[in-house]
Design a protein around this ligand. Structure first.
Ligand code: TZP
Ligand code: MG
Length: 213
C-alpha cells in the first residue's frame, strides 16, 4: 500500500472541465499517466451521485494502487472506504475530523499561508495543500499565494505538502524550483484531451528535480 510520503502527483476531479466525457475515462487516464492520489471534489452532485462516484473511484484507485481521498465529507469518506479526507480552512476542525475518521485515515488540509500549515502540522494533519500558487478559475476569488509561500513551506514543514493552483506542465518548473516536490492539479489534467500525457509530463518534472536534491 502506497503511503502519503510516496505520493508525488495528486489529481482532483473537476467535471466542469470535461463536459460530455465520463469521469471514469478521465480519471483512469490520469492514473495511467502516473497520478498517485485521486480526490473526489464534487460540490454539486446529490448525495447519491457523490456516493456512486466515490465507490467507483475507490475501486479504480484500489485496482491501480493509488490513494483515494474525499473532499469535505468525513461521512462519505468512511462510507466509501476512502484512504482519507481533505478539508479546507472553513470545514470541520481537524480534531473533530480525526475523531470521526480515526487514526487509520489520512487527513489533508488546504492552507493559504505558513501559519495555517504549521497549525495543521501541529494538529496532526498527514499532508497540506499549499496554494493557490497561481490564480485559478477552479477556485475563484481566492488570492494567489505565489511561489514565495511554496519556498516557506519547503523550508518549514516536516509533513508532505502539495503545491496547488494553476499547476500545469508550463508552471511546474517554477514551482519545483521554489522547493515543491509534490504537485496537485485539476484543470490542467482533467480539462486536457490527453490527461495521461499531462500527468507523465508533471511526473517527469518532479523526478527531474528530485534527482537534483
Ligand atoms: N485549492 C486551492 S487551488 C485549488 C484548490 C481546490 C484549485 C486548483 O485547480 P487548478 O485547476 O489545478 O488550478
Ligand atoms: Mg472544503
Amino acid at each position: 500500500m502506497r503511503t502519503i510520503e510516496d505520493c508525488k502527483l495528486y489529481v482532483i476531479t473537476g467535471e466542469q472541465y470535461h463536459p460530455g466525457r465520463p469521469l471514469a475515462e478521465v480519471m483512469e487516464a490520469a492514473i495511467a499517466g502516473g497520478a498517485d492520489i485521486v480526490q473526489l471534489r464534487d460540490k454539486n452532485g446529490t448525495p447519491a451521485e457523490r456516493f456512486a462516484k466515490a465507490k467507483f473511484l475507490r475501486a479504480l484507485t484500489r485496482r491501480h494502487g493509488a490513494l483515494f481521498i474525499v473532499n469535505d465529507d468525513t461521512e462519505l469518506a468512511l462510507a466509501a472506504d476512502a484512504d482519507g479526507v481533505h478539508l479546507g480552512q472553513d470545514d470541520l476542525p481537524l480534531e473533530e475530523a480525526r475523531r470521526r475518521v480515526g487514526r487509520g485515515m489520512l487527513i489533508g488540509i488546504s492552507t493559504h499561508e505558513i501559519a495555517q500549515a504549521l497549525e495543521a502540522e501541529r494538529a496532526g494533519a498527514d499532508y497540506v495543500g499549499v496554494g493557490p500558487v497561481y490564480p485559478t478559475a477552479t477556485k475563484p476569488g481566492r488570492k494567489a499565494v505565489t511561489t514565495s509561500y511554496v519556498s516557506e513551506a519547503a523550508a518549514m514543514l516536516r509533513i508532505p505538502f502539495f503545491a496547488i493552483g494553476g499547476i500545469a506542465p508550463e508552471t511546474a518548473g517554477d514551482v519545483l524550483a521554489a522547493g515543491a516536490r509534490r504537485l496537485c492539479a485539476v484543470s490542467a489534467v482533467v480539462g486536457h484531451p490527453d490527461p495521461a500525457a499531462v500527468c507523465v509530463s508533471l511526473k517527469r518534472s518532479i523526478e527531474k528535480w528530485e534527482a537534483l536534491d
